[in-house]
Design a protein around this ligand. Structure first.
Ligand code: NAG
Ligand code: NAG
Ligand code: NAG
Ligand code: NAG
Ligand code: NAG
Length: 190
């Protein structure tokens, strides 16, 4: 029992050193994460191939068109990103005319992936819009899509940060010849 105290003291010292060492490592990694590994905005592009094939002359108010769309996601970060199931909304002059489910995925660090979805476009909503005729006559319809992807960024499989990706795209559908163009903006918020 005579050397019980010194041993306990050295045990405490050892724990303190380990703890300090651990804290330093964490600080270094977190600093690296916010400097060299500073989170960058992911890139999301839309390829709304299905929209190209809308037969405008066959639109009736009671149909819902399923328009195949490829969503290309590029994660430029050193951390991977995991997001939950969500829904993207398509609006026309401020009115929601369609929606598309975005299935949950894991996007590895510095990786690109394509997901496919289908935009359920409600023709009725489009047809009652007072802007449709003039836009049609003008030769193009402009739609916007917005999606919020709640999820987390995972760095080195240890550190997890809540993160949300905000995406919005301008989609122009040209009537003749029929083609579609899209431009997207994406922001990552920790
Ligand atoms: C839409 O309505 C028209 C006329 O009311 C009908 O002939 C047609 O079958 C309906 N289409 C669908 C997909 O319900
Ligand atoms: C996400 O969506 C897929 C397909 O729609 C479904 O199978 C899965 O259960 C959903 N996951 C959650 C957590 O809701
Ligand atoms: C995703 O799809 C786009 C358009 O179809 C294509 O250009 C791109 O190469 C695809 N990317 C991957 C990673 O498959
Ligand atoms: C839609 O957007 C395109 C390209 O941004 C533009 O040229 C066109 O005039 C717009 N059309 C309408 C109806 O706003
Ligand atoms: C979409 O169009 C609006 C209005 O023309 C513009 O303010 C916005 O920056 C555009 N968004 C993208 C992603 O290009």
């Amino acid at each position: 029992m005579a050397n019980g105290k010194p041993s306990r003291r050295s045990h405490k010292l050892c724990c303190a050193v380990t703890a300090i060492f651990f804290v330093i490592i964490v600080i270094v990694i977190v600093t690296l994460f916010f400097t060299i590994f500073k989170p960058k905005d992911p890139k999301i592009s839309l390829y709304p191939e299905g929209i190209k094939n809308i037969d405008f002359s066959a639109l009736t108010p009671n149909v819902t068109l399923s328009l195949g769309t490829v969503v290309a996601i590029e994660n430029p970060n050193y951390g991977s990103f995991k997001y939950k199931n969500t829904t993207s909304y398509v609006t026309y002059h401020g009115e929601v005319v369609g929606e598309a489910p975005i299935e949950q995925r894991y996007v590895p660090a510095r990786h690109k992936l394509n997901i496919t979805t289908s935009v359920e476009l409600k023709a009725g909503k489009l047809l009652i819009n007072p802007h449709l005729l003039s836009d049609f006559a003008g030769g193009s319809l402009n739609l916007t899509s917005t999606a919020v992807l709640p999820g987390k960024v995972i760095v080195l499989n240890i550190f997890k940060f809540h993160a949300t990706v905000y995406n919005s795209c301008n989609i122009s559908v040209f009537i003749s010849p029929q083609k579609v163009e899209s431009m997207c903006k994406t922001k990552l918020k920790l």
